[in-house]
Design a protein around this ligand. Structure first.
Ligand code: AMP
Length: 116
């Protein structure tokens, strides 16, 4: 079963696309957690961080470069933002197609809640 992100990459499901090239696509999160919430997704299907190969090193670096440029375009670079990749159940991953969250536009607070 293709994931929702594969359908977006294939153009079968609409998305608010900010950027795309031969390696990645970046689009607005449908359920944003902050004023800016963009997902940077490789066109190639890599289900989780655990499935990244050594040959993907440049692709993963490219995702960060694209995130950097979108942060600048969105006007959040100077104040700052957060890049997140969730992995598997404990990481809270919902869509099993690797993606990086670019979140900003407000102070995001602590990275995770401390649990006693
Ligand atoms: P994760 O928990 O890291 O797997 O995050 C998956 C993210 O994908 C969630 O923040 C969802 O809001 C987002 N999402 C799911 N479906 C869509 C969609 N059709 N377009 C944009 N974002 C989506």
């Amino acid at each position: 079963m293709p994931t929702i992100f594969e359908k977006i990459i294939a153009g079968e499901v609409p998305a608010a696309v900010l950027y795309r090239d031969e390696r990645v696509i970046a689009f607005l999160n449908i359920n944003p957690m902050a004023p800016v919430h963009v997902l940077i997704v490789p066109n190639k299907l890599i289900p989780t961080v655990n499935d990244i190969c050594n040959e993907d090193e440049s692709l993963i670096g490219h995702m960060v470069i694209v995130a950097r440029d979108i942060a600048k375009q969105q006007g959040i670079a100077e104040n700052g933002y957060r890049l997140i990749i969730n992995c598997n159940a404990h990481g809270g991953q919902e869509v099993y197609h690797l993606h990086m969250h670019l979140i900003g536009g407000r102070a995001l607070g602590p990275m995770i809640q401390r649990v006693k």
